[in-house]
Design a binder for this molecule. Structure first.
Ligand code: IMP
Ligand code: MG
Length: 175
């Protein structure tokens, strides 16, 4: 059988390190929401792997929603968020934790949290696997961060370049 093609870029965060960090985050999150009704909203497709791996460690009464929203084309943010109109849901009385792969310009999370708040959530917080150190274009802050990273384009573990490379196990940086 031919060897699979070598993935582009270099490993930034190996899979084993991601696994360890997720257990720590889950412990913290569980403690924070103890006794409160929690709904996790995962932003698709980027957070797919992070969401599932984190959820395995969260309490059994955690509710789950997935929102499909997108803003990137190639390596750049388009600056506008699409897909928001397809998602509603009643969050009255619930504490909502948004899960995303990466916090970059902040636009996605800004618009998503606004909508969730409008839909009645008691609180809205954010957990991201990666927090890119760069200038935000919208006010957004993550309450839980897996790893802060420099302003580089990354792929793998759910992160894509034009829909490819999501299935790579490690987070890799392109140059
Ligand atoms: P924001 O709205 O600019 O904060 O963008 C967040 C979204 O952009 C993330 O959910 C990712 O899907 C995408 N994104 C931002 N930076 C990267 C990257 O380095 N690689 C892949 N996707 C990225
Ligand atoms: Mg995304």
């Amino acid at each position: 059988m031919p060897a699979p093609p070598k993935p582009p870029g270099t490993v930034l965060i190996p899979a084993a390190r991601i696994r360890r960090r997720i257990r720590e985050l889950a412990r913290d999150i569980t403690k924070h929401y103890q006794g409160r009704p929690l709904t996790v909203v995962g932003l698709m497709n980027g957070s797919l792997f992070f969401l599932v791996d984190l959820l395995r460690h969260l309490p059994p009464d955690t509710q789950i929603e997935c929102w499909r929203v997108y803003s990137y084309k190639g390596r750049r943010s388009t600056g506008s968020i699409r897909g928001l109109d397809h998602h509603a849901g009643d969050y009255r009385g619930r504490h909502v934790l948004i899960i995303d792969d990466i916090l970059d310009t902040g636009l996605t999370v800004y618009h998503v949290s606004r909508k969730i708040r409008q839909n009645g959530a008691r609180s809205v917080k954010l957990c991201v696997l990666l927090d890119k150190k760069r200038k935000r274009r919208a006010p957004a802050k993550a309450h839980w961060v897996g790893f802060p990273i420099a302003d580089r384009f990354v792929i793998g573990y759910g992160l894509d370049l034009d829909h490819a490379y999501r299935t790579l196990p490690d987070v890799r940086a392109l140059d």
